[in-house]
Design a binder for this molecule. Structure first.
Ligand SMILES: [Zn+2]
Ligand SMILES: [Zn+2]
Ligand SMILES: [Zn+2]
Length: 716
């Protein structure tokens, strides 16, 4: 029986010492062995080795699999644990030859000396016959091994499926895990089943009609695999360390052709397993945040989906993408007038209207968020709960269908069970060719959302010319810093400083520098640093616009920088209560204390960021004292992308970002010039639309970008 030592999750280990680095498997009992406990099964240059090294040809020491057309010494090598250690030797031809030679010599000597000749003849026959007899006896002592067949393992797919349910009803958010199961699927093929079977019949002198057992090798699990194969699956190895790739009678198996002309055979092994309780997530970490779009006559809603990390702390799985999102809405809302992302399918599902997205953009960060928008023909209204799929009635039952219901399907890379992959072992127990292995977790969450939980939100932009506060505090005025050159050093220092303050810097764009006609020594520079700060799950976007000039004369560079900070975020005015009313857009709302808090945070974000930028630039003005030498190394020069840290900005809904969270890091990438030009073009367009630069400046920037493109010989 295979022994698998158990720690937090079982891991396939050497049966002797418990090492997790498995090197081979005993081909008789299938117990795993580490490299130290693997016998020396190959012979190379007369030296016994575990694996061949260098160019000299290696030979399997045991002849157990010899003559079966396996094709390589590694495939012929047979691995044994101590208990099953045995050596199958070939016929020692030197002994047989010596005996035969003695017999021939004895026969010739019969005519010279009858007695000497006779003794030599008998001795020779005895030696040669004895060796042949001993070899036969030894071969009979060990039953013949099953026929080894080495299939090509084309692909291994390990998929775990997690299903769950999320319910959002007014203030109550419940998320439960329903089931989690796994499937291991191995796709393989073989071309040599027929020849292998023929060779086996010859080697072991098996009569043509006698059934032959075969083995195609094994697959062992890697990683701390917190899983248990379901009972009643004959492919599973004793102890659950892995599976057999194929065994049993050869004549009725997929891998052996019935027609010798059709050699190519394919075979698929599928086994199911359960994930250990300890590896099951206790809840579905999917947050669904619906909100009504302001000033839409109650006809548009947004649905934000946030995955707050799936899997145990420290080993969270990466979201590969959303596969499907289905919404069921009351037919009274009318047709879908618009959707974001576009490309929705609509239809009917019973008494509900079905809206489905099948091809969704891949989320750019591990903290997978997706924002959906829908606009309906008629106002969004609550409808009474209806019986759920399990027939539960509308009398406040847990699973009754609420106004908005649906399904979210997403794929994560990696497995919840903790298994990291598989290792293929040959029929003889050695290592096979590592196949392509995919490990994925597919999550399917159904949900019910009550319209009473819709947030009714408003957007706050700071500064806002129409807000007396913003004007009174002068938030709408840009700050000027004489003596600070708006060059890459300044931008790098600023970016690093705000990153250290836990702002996610998403992009740093320098618009193409340009010169004024009248002032040949002056270069005008414009930068936009954009990014995001999370307040719980609610994003607050920011933009820092730096513009100014650098002028160089007499080897001294000086200039000035104008900085403007703007911040934008959505906050809830309240929660929708009544279906009709006299509030904005005709809704009745319960004022939401959380919304006021968020509004204050949006304003505080502006104050904090504005203060940080101001202090840094003022400090820089003092330090550089208005001038520094031209030609200084641009040690902090940056041109690249800013990566968000891999961990999620939130752990719990609404929880502030932990203070020790990893700040973003700036990576040096060689940007694609066309992409940079496009980015600059978009940024310039935005800047002119926002009134940050004049039409004239905009035209100069665009002309510069075009000139650069022409110089590169790019597309027109
Ligand atoms: Zn060992
Ligand atoms: Zn064994
Ligand atoms: Zn053996």
């Amino acid at each position: 029986m295979t022994e698998v030592l158990v720690d937090r999750a079982p891991r396939v280990r050497c049966h002797e010492c418990g090492s997790a680095a498995v090197f081979s498997v005993c081909h008789h009992c299938r117990r795993p062995m580490c490299e130290d406990h693997t016998p020396l099964v190959l012979s190379q240059d007369g030296v016994r080795v575990r694996k061949p090294s260098g160019g000299a040809e290696a030979r399997a020491v045991s002849r157990e699999f010899a003559g079966l057309h396996l094709g390589s010494s590694l495939r012929e090598a047979v691995y044994h644990c101590e208990e099953h250690d045995h050596l199958v030797r070939g016929l020692r031809w030197r002994i047989v030859g010596a005996g035969a030679a003695a017999a021939v010599l004895g026969f010739l000597l019969l005519f010279a000396s009858a007695s000497v000749g006779l003794i030599l003849l008998l001795l020779g026959i005895l030696v040669a016959g004895g060796e042949i007899g001993y070899h036969r006896w030894e071969a009979d002592k060990h039953p013949r091994p099953p026929l080894p067949l080495v299939p090509q393992v084309n692909a291994v797919d390990v998929v775990e499926r997690l299903t769950g349910y999320v319910r959002l009803e007014k203030d109550e958010y419940t998320a439960s895990v329903e089931s989690i199961t796994g499937t291991l699927k191995v796709d393989m093929s073989a071309n040599d089943g027929y020849t292998a079977l023929q060779a086996y019949h010859r080697k072991f002198k098996v009569p043509p009609n006698e059934p032959v057992e075969f083995t195609a090798g094994f697959l062992l699990l890697q990683g701390s695999a917190g899983l248990a194969f379901r009972a009643g699956q004959p492919q599973v190895l004793a102890g659950g360390a892995g599976i057999s790739l194929g065994d049993g009678p050869a004549y009725e198996h997929d891998l052996f052709p019935t027609d010798p002309e059709l050699q190519h055979r394919a075979h698929t092994v599928t086994v199911d397993y359960e994930v250990q309780d300890g590896r099951k997530p206790s809840e579905i970490p999917l947050w669904i945040v619906p909100s009504l779009v302001p000033s839409s006559d109650r006809r548009a809603m947004e649905l934000d989906l946030h995955w707050a990390g799936l899997g145990p702390e420290g080993e969270q799985l990466e979201l590969a993408g959303f596969d499907l999102i289905e919404l069921r809405v009351p037919p009274g809302w009318g047709d879908v007038d618009g959707a974001r992302p576009t490309g929705v399918e609509t239809g009917r599902d019973g008494d509900r209207r079905l809206v489905r997205w099948q091809h969704l953009p891949t989320p750019s960060t591990k903290a997978g968020s997706l924002s959906l928008g829908l606009r309906f023909e008629r106002p969004i209204r609550e409808v009474p709960p209806t019986p759920g799929p399990d027939g539960a009635g509308p009398s406040g039952d847990e699973r009754s269908r609420l106004t908005l219901s649906g399904t979210v399907e997403a794929t994560f890379n990696g497995l919840l069970s903790g298994a990291t992959g598989v290792a293929v072992h040959l029929p003889g127990g050695g290592q096979g060719v590592q196949p392509q292995v995919t490990t994925q977790t597919k999550v399917s969450v159904t949900f019910d959302v009550s319209i009473r939980s819709l947030r009714y939100q408003e957007v706050r932009v700071v500064p806002d010319e129409n807000r007396p506060d913003d004007v009174a505090y002068g938030r709408n005025r840009a700050d000027e810093f004489p003596g600070v050159v708006p060059d890459p050093r300044t931008v790098a220092e600023l970016t690093n400083a705000i990153s250290a303050d836990n702002y996610y810097v998403k992009s740093v764009v320098e618009h193409l520098p340009f010169r004024d006609d009248g002032r040949p020594n002056v270069v005008n520079r414009v930068w936009d640093i954009t990014g995001r700060l999370y307040s719980g799950v609610f994003p607050i976007d920011f933009d820092i616009n730096l513009r100014g000039e650098e002028s160089g004369s007499g080897g001294v560079l000086t200039g000035k920088t104008v900085a403007q900070v703007s911040v934008k975020g959505a906050y809830a005015l309240g929660t929708l209560v009544g279906p009709d009313g006299a509030g904005p857009d005709g809704v009745v709302m319960e004022p939401d204390g959380g919304g006021d808090e968020l509004l204050k945070r949006i304003e505080d974000t502006w104050i904090g960021l504005h203060d940080r930028v101001g202090r840094l630039l003022a400090g820089r003005a003092g330090r550089v004292d208005g001038a520094y030498a031209i030609g200084a190394a641009e040690d902090d020069a940056l041109m690249g992308e800013v990566l968000e840290p891999a961990d999620e900005p939130w752990r719990e809904r609404g929880a502030p970002r932990p203070v020790d969270a990893v700040p973003p890091r700036i990576v040096d990438v060689q940007p694609d010039p066309t992409e940079v030009a496009d980015r600059r073009r978009r940024a310039a367009e935005e800047a002119v639309v926002m009134g940050r630069i004049s039409e004239e400046t905009y035209r100069q920037i665009i002309a510069g970008i075009d000139a650069e493109r022409d110089a590169r010989g790019g597309p027109q």
